[in-house]
Ligand binder design. Structure first.
Ligand code: GTP
Length: 334
């Protein structure tokens, strides 16, 4: 089995790239996608399953620290029961890649896993700011990567693109950097880059990147507002906190939702510093996916939605304000 670890910061485009692998590269049948999300309220698994992917979800924790044992068991289970040719792992946007590698490289997987590819998705629009704010985290990601996909290339000018490329090369000289918009790489170029990777043990100090004692503390998980609204929250060592809601049997008003997401995006609205937000909502008999990533709001149809849900990640989140504003967007399902 080949294992592809598709990692990268929150909202960089990991799910978008994996969707490309499944749809454009025609590897769907023999591939399992193992998804681990930052917040307890996960959406990526559902979105990938909508694409017809064979998805295994590991929400509420991080496979690089709190869920290490579960991750090992899950991987063994996938190998024993599904026997795929390829397993694509999408860790949380704040995961430490070296910890994930150390599990996959355990003796118990010897013989079952022939190749491990570390594919880093970089958001070209936000890389320089992220690097300034979290230097060690970014350096460890780039030093561990076999290949970097510089995504969101459609949203940067030539100067910024060049600056970002140069910074990546300065951290890991010789690493292949492929550019992409919406994860669309040239598969021949991609495969060639992976086949020529020199697989050595990275020389980074793994303890630098991520404090595992502090990482992803689950602060509480309590039911709120009865049957219709389930609430959960989570905190990470990089300083990001997350919380989410699952809305059972509620429909949403599209205009109120649109205003809510516009407000969420503006720090001045007092809801906190939002790094990532994504939600799928039922609007009448339709579903809609609304997201904030790299400061951009996007909305697209999402097919049939079972339960509406939202996950918000950022700093200094005002949960009361956010949840009050969200409640204003709901309507009873007819
Ligand atoms: N303009 C632009 N938007 C993109 C591109 N790639 C992804 N997006 C959008 O960026 C947002 C985040 O993409 P995802 O693929 O969900 O990112 P992710 O890394 O899986 O996000 P998390 O799992 O939440 O960390 C979505 O709204 C995508 O449609 C791109 O190349 N250009």
């Amino acid at each position: 089995m080949i294992v592809d670890i598709v990692f990268g910061f929150l909202g960089a485009g990991k799910t978008t790239f994996i969707t490309r692998i499944l749809n454009d590269w025609a590897v769907k049948e023999k591939t399992v996608v193992l998804v681990n999300e930052f917040g307890e309220v996960g959406l990526d698994g559902e979105l990938l399953a909508m694409q017809g992917g064979n998805v295994v979800e590991m929400p509420s924790g991080c496979i690089c620290c709190t869920l290490q044992a579960d991750f090992k068991t899950q991987l063994m289970d996938i190998i024993d029961t599904i026997q795929p040719e390829r397993t694509i792992i999408e860790p949380t946007g704040v995961a430490t890649i070296s910890q994930i590698r150390s599990i996959i490289e355990l003796q118990v997987f010897e013989g079952a896993i022939e190749e491990i590819n570390d594919i880093l998705i970089v958001d070209a629009t936000g890389f320089m700011d992220l690097y300034k704010a979290n230097r060690h985290f970014v350096e460890s990601q780039i030093e561990y990567a076999n290949i970097v996909i510089l995504n969101k290339y459609d949203r940067v000018d030539k100067r910024k693109a060049m600056l970002t490329r140069n910074s990546i090369s300065a951290i890991n000289p010789g690493i292949t950097v492929l550019t992409a918009a919406f994860g669309a790489v040239d598969w021949a170029e991609y495969q060639l880059a992976l086949s020529t990777v020199f697989r050595s043990t990275p020389s980074i100090d793994v303890e630098r990147g991520h404090d595992h004692d502090l990482a992803h503390q689950d602060r509480s998980s309590s039911p709120a507002n009865g049957r219709k609204l389930r609430f959960s929250e989570n905190q990470d060592a990089l300083g990001y906190e997350s919380f989410g809601y699952v809305f059972e049997n509620l429909s949403f008003d599209p205009e109120s939702l649109d205003s809510f997401f516009h407000m969420l995006k503006q720090e001045a609205a007092g809801m906190g510093e939002i790094v990532r937000a994504k939600g799928i909502f039922q609007i009448g008999d339709k579903g809609v996916l609304m997201e904030i990533a790299s400061g951009e709001l996007s909305t697209q149809p999402a097919g049939q939605v079972r339960d509406s849900k939202i996950s918000v990640i950022g700093k200094s989140l005002d949960r009361d304000k956010i949840s009050a504003a969200l409640k204003q967007c709901t309507t009873e399902k007819s």
